[in-house]
Design a protein around this ligand. Structure first.
Ligand SMILES: Cc1cc2nc3c(=O)[nH]c(=O)nc-3n(C[C@H](O)[C@H](O)[C@H](O)COP(=O)(O)OP(=O)(O)OC[C@H]3O[C@@H](n4cnc5c(N)ncnc54)[C@H](O)[C@@H]3O)c2cc1C
Length: 424
């Protein structure tokens, strides 16, 4: 992994299995999955469980992308509030979609239990309001999920009670969700890969797909081989544009960075986040953080919208951590890493089908739960069962403006403007 962003706490705290072989020569399969992150692994596993002969091609190694380096926050729901979704999609579609999205949490827990994936799973997510107006919106959201969906897990926490959950001053209340949580994402990805293999998936690593041609069958090529398959699932998220410029116009990679402190000891870690929950805030450029199984603070804050990562990731993120946790000034930073978040313009994932090619991408920073569900829905769609898949596929999406050359500069400008709202 010659990747300057890959020095993660996660990579350092797993035992990777021996690499899988690269694809050599020609194969046939019912389904060929491109991409070995949560989406592709979950889709391949669900296809194999349905009796389909399935091949998975991963450019690097399983869990190499966002799935193996994310914040590990398990946040039930979608990147839009209930009322926003109703305004966008109408009541019936919005409620059915929201219910389906919430079911992703059970799906991830099922997978973890069924395949005995030891991934440091912990309960609780706490979303805190950076401004009083955000707290008012939280109250509306709580009412939506509690009353309309009968979802009783979301508890509105008034400003005076924040300190019971989190030892940071200055937040204006929050929503605590007991069914949210956090996990070690790379352990989960490797657990899914193991389960997929056990179910019969033929997994190839270091097998970057260079072209996909639709047809009957479709043809998927790497530098050293090709797969002919009845259906192809594209699960490349932030990297989709490289393989499929057409679908890739709808997503944009945004680099995001994490750091992990040295182990702080149980007492000191507990004093930072007494609830033990994963925490995220409502700033446009958000901070999110949690305590790892070995009592490190894993923290992300600050975003750079330019495609080039900072030379010193720890130096870039640490000031954001110290603004919230000045008591960690003496804590060593052991790991600093980053990854590309695939975002869409409306921050909802895009699912779709073009001929025999199916895809789901653009989870916009909220993919740790949704991607496992996405894999199930892709596998259902491959088998012609479209009801649940279509709840996502019917969400309208617009491409990023500017064509290939201009879209990144235009985006940087737009995001810099939006980020300024945090300072108002
Ligand atoms: C730093 C960071 C923090 C995040 N934090 C959170 C969080 O706390 N909570 C949350 O819910 N979400 C979070 N996310 C988002 C979440 O990680 C993603 O939504 C999710 O992992 C996407 O999974 P995926 O399988 O679709 O894509 P990925 O995990 O990116 O997998 C795509 C795979 O496709 C492979 N690939 C690409 N092109 C090719 C090709 N041509 N041929 C073969 N293989 C190819 C890549 O190597 C990669 O392994 C975060 C993301 C990042 C980057």
């Amino acid at each position: 992994m010659a990747d300057p962003l890959a020095n993660s706490y996660y990579a350092a705290s797993v035992d990777r299995p021996a690499p899988h072989p690269a694809l050599e020569g020609q194969l046939s399969a019912d389904v060929c999955v491109v991409g070995g992150g949560f989406t592709g692994l979950s889709a391949a596993l669900a296809c194999a469980e349905a009796g389909l002969d399935t091949v998975l091609l991963e450019a690097e190694v399983a869990g190499f992308g966002a799935s193996g380096r994310n914040g590990g926050q398990l946040i039930p729901g979608l990147n839009k509030s209930g009322p926003e979704l109703v305004a966008m999609l109408g009541k019936a579609h919005a409620e059915a979609l929201y219910r389906l999205a919430l079911s992703a949490r059970e799906r991830v827990h099922d997978r973890i239990a069924r395949h005995a994936i030891d991934c440091d799973l912990r309960a609780g997510h706490f979303h805190v309001a950076a401004k009083p107006a955000h707290f008012a919106a939280f109250a509306e959201e709580c009412a939506f999920v509690n009353r309309l969906l009968g979802y009783e897990d979301a508890v509105l926490v008034p400003p005076a009670e924040v300190s019971r959950y989190l030892a940071v001053d200055g937040y204006h209340g929050g929503i605590y969700v007991q069914s949210g949580g956090h996990f070690h994402p790379l352990k989960y990805a490797l657990g899914l890969a193991r389960a997929a293999e056990a179910a019969g998936v033929r997994l190839f690593e270091h097998s970057r797909v260079t072209s996909v041609a639709d047809g009957v069958p479709a043809t998927v090529r790497t530098a050293t081989g090709k797969v002919r398959a009845g259906r192809v699932i594209l699960a490349c998220d932030a990297m989709m544009a490289d393989l499929s410029p057409d679908a890739g116009r709808f997503t944009m990679p945004v680099l995001n960075y994490n750091i992990a402190t040295e182990p702080l000891g149980e007492e000191r870690a507990r004093a930072l986040i007494p609830s033990g929950a994963a925490v995220s805030d409502s700033r446009f450029v958000l901070n999110y953080f949690r305590i790892s199984a070995d009592n490190r603070l894993i923290f992300a804050g600050g975003e750079k919208y330019t495609p080039k990562p900072p030379a010193d990731i720890a130096g870039f993120v640490r000031p954001h951590m110290l603004r919230l946790f000045p008591q960690l000034a003496d804590a060593r930073i052991d790991y600093a890493w980053g990854g590309a978040v695939g975002i869409t313009r409306n921050r909802l994932p895009q699912f779709g089908q073009r001929g025999n090619l199916l895809f789901a991408h653009g989870f916009s920073g909220l993919g740790a739960l949704l991607t496992t569900l996405a894999g199930d829905l892709l596998a259902e769609a491959v088998q012609g069962k479209r009801d649940r898949f279509d709840l996502f596929a019917r969400i309208p999406h617009r491409p990023f403006p500017g064509g290939k050359l201009l879209r990144t500069p235009l985006y940087v400008l737009g995001m810099a403007y939006a980020a300024a709202s945090d300072r108002l």
